[in-house]
Design a protein around this ligand. Structure first.
Ligand SMILES: [Zn+2]
Length: 200
């Protein structure tokens, strides 16, 4: 929900302030979210402390545990991550503003309240080429999934192999089972992913 409020305030309607694909900093949502505890999945012992740090990607200052993400259920760092970019590895690209380096061209697109309604799936994994997923199928946040296979719910992740809570761009949240996970991921992210291995 905070991402939708952020998009409403952003000049370009962007759901995310992400400048670099690997940048998992979410301090840009901190002014909207009044408590840092919303970043903690109740199934974990993750913590978001008041310690301050600097993002290695953007040099922005913020809470270190919102710059980092948890790497397991018992580590420091937020339990959830934003999914601000889609279509990495497609011919789609986008110019986005950055705080220090001017506009940069990224592979794929950064999700905005203007481009998610008409986004057309490029890759044909799961037979999805040509589909228009729309805001109710496009992810905006999900859980840390770095134990075992990355970006796949398995033993040791926040809910083990049972699945993950994922938020969508229309504001609804679903608990995706492991069986439903990969198709939903690919319908949202359009990376040509067909199985557990990532394509990037
Ligand atoms: Zn959870």
């Amino acid at each position: 929900m905070a991402h939708i409020l952020y998009a409403a305030d952003d000049a370009a309607g962007s759901f995310s302030a992400k400048e670099v694909t690997d940048d998992l900093d979410v301090n840009w949502l901190h002014g909207i979210l009044k408590t840092r505890q919303v970043w903690i999945c109740p199934a974990t012992h993750n913590i978001v402390s008041t310690n301050v740090g600097i993002s290695p990607f953007t040099s922005r200052v913020g809470l270190v545990d919102l710059i980092k993400i948890s790497v397991s259920r018992v580590s420091a760092g937020k339990s959830y991550q934003s999914m601000g970019v889609m279509g990495v590895g497609t011919p789609y690209s986008m110019s986005i503003p950055t705080a220090h380096d001017g506009p940069v061209e990224i592979s794929g697109i950064r999700k905005t309240d203007r481009n998610i309604n008409s986004y057309v799936k490029y890759h044909d994994s799961f037979g999805l080429a040509g589909q228009v997923p729309g805001p109710s199928k496009i992810w905006i946040c999900t859980e840390s999934l770095f134990v075992g296979n990355p970006y796949y719910p398995d033993l040791g992740d926040n809910h083990d192999e049972r699945g993950v809570a994922t938020g969508f761009c229309d504001g609804h949240v679903e608990f995706l089972s492991q069986a439903a996970y990969l198709r939903s991921y690919e319908l949202s992210q359009d990376e040509g992913r067909t199985g557990i291995p990532l394509t990037w």
